[in-house]
Design a protein around this ligand. Sequence first.
Ligand code: MF3
Ligand code: CO
Length: 255
Amino acid sequence: MISVKTSEEIKLMREAGYLNYLTREYLKTKIAPGITTKELDDLAGDFITSHGGVAASKGYEGYPGNICISVNEEVVHGIPGKRILKNGDIVTIDIVVSLNGYHADAAETIAVGDINKEKTYLLHHTEKALYEGLSEIRNGVKLGCVSARIEGYAKKHHLGVVRELVGHGIGKSMHEEPDVPNYGTYNTGVTLKTGMTIAVEPMLTAGKRYVRLLNDDWTIVTQDKSPAAHFEHTIVVTDDGYEILTGERKNGQRS
Ligand code: MF3
Ligand code: CO
């Protein structure tokens, strides 16, 4: 069963989502050549805790970091450590905040200093693919429309679509039904309803789509070592569209 959240629950998820957004904005002021991924992870943990939240990835199925930090050919679930970010890298911060018992999950891939054209293109179009997918969402639409739209956009731009990892429903748990693949067929799958909360998260590669798991049992990398990008938002389905819960809070927006 896919849960439909009450307006009270959505309000709590909005709070969690806003803390996720603030954490990403804070980390972006710290991401620069010379910082280690462990230092970023510590900063993220302290920031989330000091705002009353919990870094929900920590301890999830034994995951050791506060957040996931993935560099260059690492697609997702990179473990923070001694690696020093250098000019020209791209780094994905993937953050799950829990606040008041509800989760908010978001990711973005950020340039470290000056990046080359291939990486610039990859980041631009992966973020665009997320918004293309989201644009399909409203009450009554089939989930396959979101998946197919992302896949179509990625293919049109000659980017690989990672298939082994998917988006997901989210709420009291980090991962709920349904799965949200980044490939699929229009007008198939479950029907989205107002009040459903899902995390949509295209993971695209500049090369082939194939990935493998590193020996640390967490980090997923591209097989051909091509760079990968990942953009994710937690959203709530509305009657005529969607609301991003992990984004900026605009003037006049409900809290
Ligand atoms: N943020 C990831 C997702 O998008 C999950 C993190 S896995 C964890 O679903 F083990 F690090 F928590
Ligand atoms: Co997610």
